[in-house]
Design a protein around this ligand. Structure first.
Ligand SMILES: Nc1nc2c(c(=O)[nH]1)N[C@H]1C(S)=C(S)[C@@H](COP(=O)(O)OP(=O)(O)OC[C@H]3O[C@@H](n4cnc5c(=O)[nH]c(N)nc54)[C@H](O)[C@@H]3O)O[C@H]1N2
Ligand SMILES: Nc1nc2c(c(=O)[nH]1)N[C@H]1C(S)=C(S)[C@@H](COP(=O)(O)OP(=O)(O)OC[C@H]3O[C@@H](n4cnc5c(=O)[nH]c(N)nc54)[C@H](O)[C@@H]3O)O[C@H]1N2
Ligand SMILES: [Mo]
Length: 636
């Protein structure tokens, strides 16, 4: 089960009967739900980014830490590995990213949504040229070849059979086959396979861009396969193919939210369907957990510190009628610091404190350092703004549960209590909370890099993986069963092996005749999603622009800085064009998070990518397929 957010809203609801919870998040739905079928558990671990200094080669699939992890810590770690320790860096991405600019040795542009095809062809070269780590596969994995298939798996269903074209599809996954899908020349694929297999060790990782796509669950596993085939799992300088480890964290106590009596959960993305037609939502049609089906629609939404009702959700124009209809969802409460696009749908709009207006702390980590930032209250809240604790305490009072909610404490008294608890686990913190606020930041360094699944690698008998077989499951019997029992929509697929599945609205789909350009929306340095999207200083530094290749721009008579119309069957957005060879031909990118700003005709005028994205959830995780879109672009 997904850990509930430690917010006062959860505590309040748990005191009055509970709430419908969600699993996963918009960041990592497909990798979180999909990749554990390879390694087991509820989350796939990675080596620290700092461990990259021990790698001969690092291969990044859609991982752009120079922009998505902008803190100085990550940048220094990357530069140390690249420039002091001489780790070579290859970046596979439709865009020549800021990471490419700062630490990349070589860029391999790839069409969005096709990494599983590239991975299969890399495996083809490794297998046919005898470059794989056979002893590793024999000892640590099931399903690589016919001999190691689990009981009950049909003949011809091993990974090797799939790759060599001896499986049901009879298609060898040659570099020529993958080239047609990915846009990467066959010779480059062959060379990359030899480079990855030849590097001792190799740090293979993926950002979360590749998995934020219609069949992203398989993509996350397919990239993981490269680490498995080359035996780079569980060793210094290797990695699992997942994203790098998030870093060490200190065990600070969190606000107790009490137990949620409601055990039903739905994915973070398909909640709109629970407003619209909950009766269709079952375990096998919509991934409902904790119950066979939903038994009631969503009638009330708490939207606290989020712009996901509309701006960040996707399919904005399709969400609009669902949110607008008062008979469907009757009450929407928005609690924010800023009058966002989501706030337009609020029945109750509650202004919330900025972090400068309340006491709190933040506990986080990065590679070899863990820290707690004690956020001091600098000024009293302005206007009518209140902290989320005081808002919920006020509502608890009206609902007759104030005593149970507050236990007689103010927000500061809760912090003092939680601080005292934290000090038991971290005795070197200052004696009082007041002294902690005076100190400001507490840091602890960890000398060792984290090595994911090291214990399993060292002794797989004593430390099996948390998968049903205790091994790496290249063929997943659990997925084979879901493939049989779940009802999927056209374009969705679940497969026991990490197969390439062509996306609808993908690189090679027939819809490209009408909508020739693939559209993604990368995370952008101007803002965090939509936060600060309204800050004109930052707009000046990093303006909102459509990235488009000179070839595609020229074919459309578009010049640098022209205002263009980006559109498909779901929506229209107007924005300035950034003509740049830093994006491959056939692909455009509109950085996600710009504020939806419709004109009288309902067309967005601010480059908001989510008027072009769709509501169709992904197959297994029922998550957001934000990077799977086709569009046309013309001069406005
Ligand atoms: N097309 C496309 N869409 C995407 C993505 C994508 O890649 N492509 N990425 C997805 C991802 S990974 C994510 S995580 C989501 C993010 O979606 P959201 O979490 O909704 O992102 P933000 O826009 O940052 O919204 C945060 C809100 O919190 C408010 N806020 C900030 N500080 C405070 C505070 O102290 N108190 C209160 N009450 N409010 C505060 C801000 O004003 C803002 O409105 O977007 C998703 N949407
Ligand atoms: N500055 C800034 N930093 C942020 C955020 C922000 O909004 N702004 N958001 C934060 C949050 S909540 C999250 S979840 C993370 C998100 O982190 P990510 O999900 O990793 O970020 P994205 O930019 O969506 O994708 C990373 C890269 O993948 C590429 N890409 C897209 N599709 C594909 C594909 O099919 N194959 C390959 N190989 N590459 C592809 C994109 O061009 C991009 O360069 O970032 C966090 N950091
Ligand atoms: Mo995210």
């Amino acid at each position: 089960s997904w850990p509930p957010a430690a917010t006062p809203v959860a505590r309040l609801m748990n005191l009055v009967g509970g709430y419908l919870n969600h699993y996963s998040d918009y960041s990592t739905c497909q990798i979180t739900v999909g990749m554990p079928y390879l390694y087991g558990g509820s989350w796939v671990d990675g080596n620290s980014l700092s461990d990259m200094e021990n790698s001969e080669l690092a291969v990044f699939f859609g991982n752009n830490p120079s922009e998505t992890r902008m803190s100085g810590c990550k940048a220094k770690t990357l530069q140390h590995a690249r420039f002091t320790r001489n780790t070579r860096v290859i970046i596979i991405d439709p865009r020549y990213t800021d990471s490419m600019v700062s630490v990349g040795d070589e860029w391999i542009p790839i069409r969005p949504g096709t990494d599983a095809a590239l991975s299969a062809a890399l495996a083809y070269v490794m297998i046919t040229e005898d470059l794989i780590d056979k002893p590793f596969l024999a000892k640590y994995a099931i399903g690589y070849d016919e001999e190691s298939l689990p009981k009950g798996a049909p003949a011809g269903s091993s990974y090797k059979s799939y790759i060599l074209g001896q499986g049901p599809d009879k298609t060898p996954k040659t570099p020529a086959w993958a080239s047609r899908i990915t846009g990467i020349p066959p010779a480059r694929i062959e060379k990359l396979a030899r480079e990855i297999a030849g590097a001792r060790p190799c740090f293979i990782c993926q950002g979360w861009g590749p998995q934020r796509t219609t069949n992203g669950e398989n993509i996350s596993r397919a990239i993981g396969m490269l680490a498995v085939l080359t035996g780079n799992v569980g060793i210094k300088g290797g990695n699992t193919g997942a994203r790098e480890n998030a870093g060490y964290k200190l065990p600070m106590a969190t606000f107790p939210t009490l137990e949620n009596p409601v055990k039903t959960e739905l994915s973070c993305f398909n909640w709109y369907q629970a407003i619209d037609d909950y009766k269709q939502m079952t375990a096998t049609t919509a991934g409902i957990r904790g119950r066979e089906r939903l038994i009631a629609p969503i009638k009330f939404i708490w939207n606290y510190a989020g712009n996901c009702l509309t701006n960040q959700h996707g399919g904005i124009n399709q969400m609009h009628p669902i949110l607008l209809d008062d008979k469907k969802c009757e009450t929407i409460v928005v609690i924010d610091t800023t009058l966002t696009p989501s706030a337009r749908y609020a029945d109750f709009l509650l202004p919330s404190c900025l972090n400068l207006e309340e006491h709190d702390w933040t506990s986080d980590g990065d590679s070899n350092i863990a820290y707690v930032i004690f956020d001091n209250k600098c000024i009293e809240p302005l206007g009518e703004a209140k902290s989320i604790y005081d808002i919920c305490a006020g509502v608890a009072n009206e609902l007759g549960v104030k005593e149970a909610f507050t236990e007689g404490r103010t927000q500061y008294q809760w912090l003092e209590k939680l601080y005292a608890e934290s000090r038991k686990a971290i005795p070197e913190l200052p004696p009082t909370l007041e002294e902690a606020y005076t100190m400001g930041v507490y840091k602890r360094y960890f000398p060792e890099n984290h090595i994911a699944y090291k214990a399993f690698r060292d002794d797989p008998e004593a430390n099996p993986l948390p998968s049903p077989s205790g091994k790496i499951e290249i063929y997943s019997p659990r997925l084979a069963e879901l493939a049989e029992t779940w009802t999927l929509l056209p374009g969705q697929a679940i497969t026991a092996l990490p197969e390439y599945i062509p996306n609808p609205e993908g690189a090679i789909s027939p819809e490209r005749k009408e909508w020739p350009l693939q559209l993604i929306g990368h995370h952008y340095k101007q803002r965090t999603h939509s936060t600060y999207g309204n800050c004109w200083w930052l707009q000046e530094v990093a303006p909102q622009e459509l990235w488009i290749n000179p070839i595609d721009a020229k074919a459309r008579g578009i010049e640098f800085g022209d205002r263009v119309k980006v559109f498909n069957g779901r929506g229209v957005s107007f924005v300035k064009a950034k003509i740049t060879p830093r994006i491959m031909p056939g692909v455009v990118s509109l950085p996600e998070g710009a504020w939806h700003t419709p004109n009288a005709a309902g067309e967005d005028t601010n480059g908001c990518v989510n008027v072009l994205t769709k509501l169709l959830p992904t197959a297994l995780a029922k998550g957001n397929p934000h990077h799977t879109n086709l569009v046309q672009v013309e001069k406005a």
